[in-house]
Design a protein around this ligand. Structure first.
Ligand SMILES: Nc1nc2c(ncn2[C@@H]2O[C@H](COP(=O)(O)OP(=O)(O)OP(=O)(O)O)[C@@H](O)[C@H]2O)c(=O)[nH]1
Ligand SMILES: [Mg+2]
Ligand SMILES: [Zn+2]
Length: 237
């Protein structure tokens, strides 16, 4: 979920989608606070998403509209589980309360000075809707850490991964190599530079995380060895 006002951000959306695709979850984009901007602006934002991810489902809504809430309910199918993800203050808990027609969970206005949420929800809440759909409200995310994102990255940046098959080298990093089809695609305007930048950034992050994970494992091994020798010495004494 992103709100259609200041929170709307395509790059952040891509980050969420990488994580979601990596986990094999079907994403649906909810754009909240449609009451705060004009119909034209809403259309522009929806088009901007569809331009980079053509067949993703998008629903725009306002938590202040009963009709919109009734409409959103059609997205929640019986016996399926749904997770509300998005920055603090976009209206996840407000939606949850609306779905159950009760003000059960706490919501809070966003900070006026920077338009950010106050991290009101501090733990996950699970509710079951009338029709049996399960909805989980999550605390707004401060950042989206990345663990390993190979397939999520490919699914989200589909046009880049498709082109990369034509790179001259199998292990092309698409940054400096001669014969890189991705770099060529940017030059020719087939690939958007903004998407490329985000792709590279997330790719590097995932490498970094994998590396530090590896290093952590190495450390654990050393620690394990240490404990083993320590115990052995102790028993020998
Ligand atoms: N104008 C408008 N305000 C909304 C809408 N949805 C939520 N809000 C307001 O936005 C503020 C934040 O809503 P919350 O539901 O607490 O946001 P949240 O996503 O749960 O935030 P965290 O729990 O911090 O992650 C509240 O003041 C809501 O009343 C909407 O559709 N339109
Ligand atoms: Mg909340
Ligand atoms: Zn390349």
């Amino acid at each position: 979920m992103q709100s259609l006002d200041s929170n709307f951000n395509l790059r952040r959306l891509e980050r969420y989608l990488v994580m979601i695709n990596e986990s094999n979850i079907t994403p649906v984009i909810f754009l909240s606070k449609s009451d705060l901007i004009s119909a034209d602006e809403i259309e522009n934002k929806v088009n901007a998403i569809h331009k980079i991810i053509p067949d993703i489902e998008i629903a725009t809504f306002s938590n202040n509209s009963l009709t919109d809430i009734e409409n959103l309910k059609t997205y929640f199918t019986s016996a399926k589980t749904y997770c509300l993800l998005g920055s603090s203050g976009v209206g996840k808990t407000t939606l949850l309360n609306n779905l159950i027609h009760q003000d059960l969970y706490k919501t809070q206005p966003i900070r006026e000075k920077d338009g950010r949420g106050k991290h009101t929800t501090t733990r996950r809440e699970l509710i079951i809707l009338e029709n049996g759909a399960i909805v989980i409200d999550n605390p707004g995310m401060r950042e989206l850490g990345i663990i390993s994102i190979e397939s999520g990255l490919d699914d989200t940046f589909n046009e880049i991964s498709e082109l990369s098959k034509q790179c001259r080298y199998m292990d092309c990093t698409h940054t400096i190599e001669k014969g890189c089809a991705v770099l060529k695609g940017i030059e020719e305007g087939i690939i958007s530079n903004e998407r490329y930048q985000n792709y590279i950034k997330m790719y590097k992050e995932s490498l970094y995380h994998e590396m530090s994970y590896y290093e952590k494992r190495q450390k654990d091994k050393k620690f394990g060895k240490f404990m083993h020798t320590y115990k052995k010495n102790k028993n020998d004494k």
